[in-house]
Each structure stands twice: as C-alpha cells, then as structure tokens.
Design a protein. Structure first.
Length: 257
C-alpha cells in the first residue's frame, strides 16, 4: 500500500484531499464561531477599548471583536444613511438607523438607534467629528429580518444589517468596510434630538444558532466522508493490483506447466 501511495499518479489525489480537508475544516469552524457568537449576549460598555485594537477593516470579524465594547472616533457619512424597517421598541414598530462612520482606517456601520418613522428629526445625522461608544456585533442574517423577502423596500432601506447588503448599498470598497456593525450606546458630543438607543436583536436562543452548529458538524462529516472516499479508492486500487498480480502469476505458471 505504501508504494502505491507514493506513486506520482496518486499525488493529485493526495493534494485534492488536503485542500478539501482544509476547506471543510475552515467552513466548520466558521459555522461554529457563528454559533458561539449567537449564543453570547452583549457585554457591558463600562470599559470599552479602542476599535482598532480588536477590529481591522476588510477582514472578517474574529472572536476578539465579537460582542466587544469599543470606542471609535470618526465622521458620519450622512449621504449614505440607511434604515432597517419593522424593528420594535417598547412594543412599537419603527426603524433602525444605520449610518456609516468614516474613521482614519475605514468605514464602520453604526446602528445609531431606533426611530418611529422615516424622516423624523431624530434621524438627522450630526456633522463634524464624533466619538462613539458601543458594542460590536456580527452581521445579521435573514433570520433576524422582519421584512417579507419578496417585498420591495423603499430607496434607502435594507431588510437587515449585513456587511454583504451594505457593500451593495454603499460606495465603499470591501477593504475599507469593517465586518459586522457597532450598536451605539453613547456619543460625544451629544446631538439632540437623537434616535432612541436600541440594541438590535442578538440571537441567544431559538433555532438559528443551533442551525449554525448543525452546519459545522455537517462540514466536518463531509471531511470525514472525503477521507473515507480517498481511502476506499486507494484500497480498491491496491486490491485490483494484487488480483492482477495473482492472475499474471497464475498465467505464467500455466504457461510454464
């Protein structure tokens, strides 16, 4: 079997197996990270750290950034503010206000709060530099949306807060946009009127987080299946060679006899 493994014609199989295992393991870990973040509630904002200590634009949000209290300084881009409809506050239907904050290093999506309807004074974007404190959240998914997926939203609205949707709606390049978003809790200078401070839904139960865990296990099962398939093919090839060798030896013996 060892001599079979080292033959050049099998090297492509070995390389393919390694690539598949790396990809499936990474995908499983990614889903597990999503499950762990979804099961973790927001942390206290009592001791925020500078955003760029745990977060880099253009890179996927890692464990160090998820649900971290941070502080960041920048200037809001009022021209590209978005609203997320059908979000409740104190039992009332309204919208989340999502505003891009341009920092020295990139662009951070900031959920500034909740408003009861579009166009109210509280949704006005403050001008000039601001310092924002809040909690970093991972991107939402369709499971967090209260919008009919077949409905067409008005201009300037998105169904949920996701890096993918924001990249489509905003003119920033992927290497400039921070993954996920910041849920603002404080801002200096204070601008009044302002949106009602609101923490968007962070799943802590229900079926969605467990689905991420199921996906993680599924990818790792696929990795195991790939190893089994690779071993089965090699074992079958070894068996075929052994049978051919026996048949060839028997043929030689019959001829010599």
């Amino acid at each position: 079997m060892l001599s079979l493994l080292l033959r050049p014609r099998w090297l492509a199989w070995h390389v393919l197996l390694v690539l598949v295992l790396v990809a499936f393991t990474w995908l499983g870990r990614w889903q597990l990270d999503s499950f762990e973040r979804a099961r973790t509630g927001p942390v206290s904002t009592a001791h925020p750290v500078p955003l760029d200590r745990v977060f880099t634009p253009g890179h996927r949000q890692g464990d160090a950034a998820a649900n971290r209290a941070v502080v960041v300084r920048g200037v809001y881009d009022a021209a590209h503010q978005l609203l997320v409809p059908h979000r409740e506050h104190a039992g009332a239907d309204g919208l989340l206000v999502v505003t891009p904050l341009r920092t020295d290093r990139g662009v951070l999506p900031v959920v500034r709060g909740w408003v009861p309807r579009p166009g109210v004074a509280a949704s006005r974007v403050p001008g000039g530099p601001v310092t924002v404190t809040g909690v970093v959240e991972a991107s939402e998914s369709e499971d967090d949306s209260a919008v009919d997926p077949l409905a067409e939203l008005p201009r300037g609205q998105v169904p949920y807060v996701s890096s993918v949707l924001l990249l489509d709606a905003w003119p920033y390049s992927p290497d400039r946009l921070y993954d996920g978003y910041l849920v603002a809790s404080r801002q200096q200078p204070v601008d009044l009127p302002a949106p009602v401070a609101e923490v968007p839904h962070t799943p802590s139960g229900g079926i969605a987080p467990w689905r991420n865990l199921a996906y993680a296990l599924q990818w790792w099962l696929f990795a195991g299946a790939a190893v089994f398939f690779w071993w089965s093919v090699l074992r079958r090839a070894a068996q075929d060679e052994a049978e051919d060798a026996v048949a060839s030896r028997d043929d030689q013996l019959s001829r010599s006899g």
